[in-house]
Design a protein around this ligand. Sequence first.
Ligand SMILES: C[S@@+](CC[C@H](N)C(=O)[O-])C[C@H]1O[C@@H](n2cnc3c(N)ncnc32)[C@H](O)[C@@H]1O
Length: 232
Amino acid sequence: MQAKFLKSLMYEAQYKDYSPDFVMYDTLLEKNIPVVEFGSGTGRITLHLLEQGYRVFGIETDEDYQGFFLNKIKEKGFIDNFCYVTDITEVVEICNIIYPFNVLFHLNYQEVEVELNKLYKFRHCWSKLIIETDNIQYINSQSFRSKFNQNQDYFFKEFPRQSKSKIIIYNEVIEKNSLNIVLKFEYSLYLHKADDLNRIYNQIFPSAKLYGDFNLQFYRKNSPKLIAVCIK
Ligand SMILES: C[S@@+](CC[C@H](N)C(=O)[O-])C[C@H]1O[C@@H](n2cnc3c(N)ncnc32)[C@H](O)[C@@H]1O
């Protein structure tokens, strides 16, 4: 398993133990209905939800993350309560939907509009929608910091570079024994400013409530987070 899921091992080295957002999902998610997680990744949040007794549908485009997570939940015995779907329209029961942990920054502005309009069109399929991103007022040098991590076998390096309206994150996985680069990959992030996201939220979900942190304090310009909660 080690050498197979290198991308996942890199993600886990950085974020596996990050959990301050769990309290918000524990507070907001309705019991007894399934959760759809857009961008479920290596399953950091999904696993927590499965442990809380939820059934979860994951939407995830990356096959490395998918394989890694399926292996993990087979080992933990949660496989019956989890299923991948490619789209919200495949879920045929009322659910809660979460867009967590800056996943919206993986979509460009037009894609965000398309995605949220689709959710509006299929609003009969869900009862609560939670979208969480950082509250970006302006982009500063913090956004371009390189990051270094490691696990027992590998070093992980991440170099962000600005490219017009987006940031390209260049990644390398280096095997500790040989010091060979065993994986290189890149992805783009669109650091949407809070004003732009708020404009879309307001257009599509005018009654959405906005919160500024995981303890659900009301949103302000200087809040660390921008969390939109739409209830039908
Ligand atoms: C920041 S990670 C979050 C992972 C996980 N939700 C967590 O909280 O740790 C964002 C995830 O979204 C996935 N992703 C990006 N674009 C996507 C898309 N269009 N559809 C589904 N998943 C996507 C990425 O592959 C990545 O796994």
